[in-house]
Design a protein around this ligand. Structure first.
Ligand SMILES: Cc1cc2nc3c(=O)[nH]c(=O)nc-3n(C[C@H](O)[C@H](O)[C@H](O)COP(=O)(O)OP(=O)(O)OC[C@H]3O[C@@H](n4cnc5c(N)ncnc54)[C@H](O)[C@@H]3O)c2cc1C
Length: 404
């Protein structure tokens, strides 16, 4: 292994690798890059998104991870990194650190105790690899000449110029600006001539300009929500401002402004057969009473006028019931927007994968420059996929740097 390459004076120093961003991807990269890596972050603590993720328990990977669970202009791009450092590799690392975990649902793995366990794991792995971590550090101008990158940093009120052979952009996307998300990686990448796919919020609640769903705020129901031909069977939650819940968050990543989404309120149920049966056994009961056995009563009440839910079961002919079931399977609504970066779990788009090696995440046109994690145009579904991408892309770049 190469010895640490750090020569410091009061104003200038040299490192082998400068990693901007001590999030999931940056710390994983440092753990693999070997000695001589310096990770800098403007936050006061590393891995803040890890700490708050999964309700404080961090959904750190998904058993079923494959490239199919990611959105990118090049849907094959993620395969190589995901195959080199898999969910099983990360689970083995979690086990090696004796962190207890469990599967919640749909292959989603969570810490039993706290997401802080994952941050501690990454810090320990970085320390073992001999990487340095500077927090509360502002990154100013970055330049590149010959084989060297130069970054102006400000730390403890002092300006320090750091020269590095490798520069890794790991500063994430624009989601949750309150937590320090900046879109900085896009600016730096663009400055180096790398194309950037226009970023937009993903895994985000959808909103409506009127307050049509206000009466339903707090109601949750299983649903299949489809946007642009891709559907997700999970919970749907009505909110004061619109729609949320896992099914909507997932679909939001496929939704384009102006398009309707389709909501199937009775996924996996043969409602028509059930209602025909009720017509025989419960002919005198109101249609709304029977529907409330299959849908939340508040939702049935809300749909009563728009779906014309009048009369008793005996009043409903076959054609009427079939039309009603079709309408409940394909309820089309058109959101006016989303909650935006304020609450979006991820940022779609980012550094265009056509400019990067899928094996190493290195920029094809700028030797020594790497882009990893959320700043790349690879975005996972809800369910631990985004952290797996951070581990896989971070490890791919780190290993390439170590093998140098
Ligand atoms: C509330 C929430 C919950 C989530 N839960 C999950 C989950 O359970 N499972 C899952 O897979 N995904 C989850 N995600 C998504 C996941 O957190 C991200 O995809 C992942 O953190 C991306 O890793 P990253 O290292 O690329 O970026 P980040 O984790 O965002 O790290 C980027 C780092 O760069 C730093 N930085 C930014 N700009 C600058 C700058 N200009 N100078 C210096 N430093 C800078 C930031 O402070 C940050 O530390 C969640 C996201 C949110 C917002």
């Amino acid at each position: 292994m190469r010895p640490p390459l750090i020569h410091a004076t009061s104003r200038a120093m040299k490192v082998e690798t400068l990693i901007i961003g001590a999030g999931a991807a940056g710390m994983m990269c440092a753990a693999h890059a070997g000695p001589g890596a310096l990770v800098v972050d403007h936050a006061r603590a590393p891995g803040e998104k890890i700490r708050i993720s999964g309700g404080g328990r961090c959904n750190f990977t998904n058993l079923h991870t494959s490239a199919d669970n990611f959105i990118s202009q090049n849907r094959h791009f993620a395969k190589s990194a995901l195959g080199r450092y898999t969910q099983w590799d990360f689970i083995a690392l979690v086990d090696a650190h004796r962190i207890p975990w469990h599967e919640k649902t749909l292959g989603q793995l969570f810490c039993d105790t706290s997401a802080k366990d994952i941050v501690a794991l990454l810090r320990a792995e970085m320390a073992r690899a001999g990487a340095d971590l500077w927090l509360d550090t502002h990154v100013g101008e970055i330049s590149h000449a010959g084989t060297e990158f130069t970054a102006r940093l400000t730390r403890d009120g002092r300006e320090i110029t750091v020269a590095a052979r490798n520069l890794v952009l790991a500063s994430g996307g624009k989601s949750i600006p309150k937590m320090g998300a900046t879109g900085f990686a896009y600016q730096v990448a663009a400055g180096f001539g790398l194309p950037v796919v226009t970023p937009r919020p993903g895994l985000v609640p959808l909103t409506f300009s009127d307050d049509r769903f206000r009466p339903l705020a707090g109601v949750a129901t299983p649903a299949r929500v489809t946007a642009h031909g891709t559907g997700f069977d999970e919970a749907l939650l009505f909110t004061h401002r619109g729609l949320s819940g896992p099914a909507v968050l997932q679909a939001s990543s496929y939704w384009c402004e102006g398009d309707p989404i389709s909501i199937n309120l009775t996924p996996g149920t043969d409602l028509l057969a059930a209602l025909q049966q009720h017509r025989h056994s419960d002919g005198r009961k109101a249609l709304t009473t029977i529907l409330s056995q299959y849908l939340p009563a508040r939702l049935v009440d809300y749909l009563k006028d728009g779906f014309n839910l009048l009369g008793t079961m005996a009043d409903q002919g076959d054609a009427r019931l079939a039309a009603l079931c079709d309408a409940l399977r394909d309820w089309q609504v058109t959101p006016s927007g989303s909650e935006g970066y304020r609450t979006a779990e991820v940022t779609l788009g980012g550094v265009d994968t056509s400019a990067l090696s899928s094996q190493t995440l290195a920029a094809k046109t700028v030797p020594g420059l790497y882009c990893i994690g959320e700043c790349v145009d690879v975005t996972g579904w809800l369910g631990g996929y985004n952290f797996q991408w951070a581990w896989s892309s971070g490890s791919a770049a780190g290993q390439a740097i170590r093998q140098g």
